[in-house]
Design a protein around this ligand. Structure first.
Ligand SMILES: Cc1ncc(COP(=O)(O)O)c(C=O)c1O
Length: 382
């Protein structure tokens, strides 16, 4: 299997016909418990929190797509990020990219810090700052690249070199790129994290998260967190992600084409300021994006100046929907300050540049001419 190309893996890895019936789709095993064959013996599963046959398949598929040792499916992206730090101890230190998804900051600041784990936010585009932040008690460097919503990149290979020289693991939130456009483990990262809610599922009909580890110790660690803390992906959600994965390469092609077209249109529009799309030559990290990624994706953000202007734009869109989330087939627009980053204080948002006029787009797979026409008519009303 491992010598197959990505699009073939997406259709087949973990999705072999059911050995019992020959069904070409992975059955959804809606069973919390499994009959044992004796005392301490079973047919491979005993209780669904510890393991479920449908979950096994999506975990295998995710591990193959990311080129890792083991995959672990969680109830949401946040449950997966929680699993990254769940086995740390009081006194440990974590370094995190400084403008990440607001939910990650909420988890770290409002829950994980209370366990005595120190969290330090660092601008990871500054490699010297990363090196300076590492201490003897640093256990993890967590990167989100590109960041949500400002599309700031981190040089994964360079940060891994710095962290590994000091014995520190690196995890990468690969949600915005999907395994089609970026392979953090190949760039040296130890663990990849996904919100499968986004591109991997692709249809905005299920929540989920995943970790892919690169070594056997990750498998033991994350299986323990799944069994002990219980934040696992349900069998039905596993099925939805498996189904989504089969069309992921095709969808990403269209996302990419539409994302570029929309970014080019916005780049010449007089009402659009601070357009952030790594595929544009004007993006300060365009060269890094071209080197590190296999495309530029369909996420972008721009500033309309004021909250009112952003509100007028969001009220006027007709094909794009005013909604949180991303990575589904439908195009979405959202006001970051009041949605994904609402849990940050005004000062925290200002410090990273999430202004009141900022709008984020997740460009879907509709006809790009319809998308551009919709944006043009909505911007005319701003
Ligand atoms: C980059 C990123 N990471 C993690 C998450 C959290 O994922 P979930 O909503 O599945 O918990 C999100 C959600 O928007 C995200 O954008």
């Amino acid at each position: 299997m491992s010598d197959l190309k990505f699009a073939t893996l997406a259709v087949h890895a973990g999705q072999e016909p059911d050995p019992l019936t020959g069904a070409v789709n992975v059955p959804v095993y809606l069973s919390s418990t499994f009959e044992l064959t004796g005392i301490g013996t079973d047919k491979g599963w005993d209780y669904s929190r510890a393991g479920n046959p449908t979950r096994d398949r999506v975990e295998l598929a995710l591990a193959k797509l990311e080129g890792g040792h083991s995959g672990h499916a969680f109830a949401s992206g946040m449950a997966a990020i929680y699993a990254l730090v769940a086995t740390l101890h009081a006194g440990d230190h974590v370094i995190c990219s400084h403008n990440v998804y607001g939910g990650t900051v909420r988890l770290f600041n409002m829950i994980v810090r209370h366990y005595g784990i120190e969290i330090q936010y660092v601008d990871m585009s500054d490699l010297e700052a990363v090196a300076a932040a590492i201490r003897p008690n640093t256990r993890l460097v967590h990167i989100e690249t590109p960041t949500n919503p400002l599309m700031v990149l981190t040089d994964i290979a360079a940060v891994c070199q710095i962290a590994h020289a000091r014995g520190v693991e690196v995890s990468v939130d690969n949600t915005f790129m999907s395994p089609v456009l970026q392979s953090p483990l190949q760039l040296g990262a130890d663990i990849v994290m996904h919100s499968t809610t986004k591109f991997l599922n692709g249809h905005s009909d299920g929540l989920g998260g995943a970790l892919v580890g690169s070594r056997p110790e990750h498998k033991a660690r994350f299986m323990l967190v799944q069994k002990a803390a219980g934040g696992i992906m349900s069998p039905f959600e596993c099925f939805l992600v498996l189904r989504g994965i089969r069309t992921l390469p095709l969808r990403m092609k269209q996302h990419e084409e539409n994302g570029r077209a929309v970014a080019e249109f916005l780049s010449t529009h007089p009402k659009v300021k601070r357009l952030a799309y790594p595929g544009l030559k004007s993006h300060p990290q365009h060269e890094l994006a071209a080197r590190q990624q296999r495309g530029f994706g369909s996420m972008l953000s721009f500033d309309l100046g004021t909250r009112d202007a952003a509100g007028r734009f969001l009220a006027a869109i007709r094909v794009f929907l005013n909604a949180e989330s991303l990575g589904g087939v439908e195009s979405l627009a959202s006001h970051s300050a009041s949605t994904t980053h609402a849990s940050l204080t005004d000062a925290e948002r200002e410090a990273v540049g999430i202004t009141d006029g900022l709008v984020r787009l997740s460009v879907g797979i509709e006809d790009k001419e319809d998308l551009i026409a919709d944006l043009a008519q909505a911007l005319a009303k701003v």
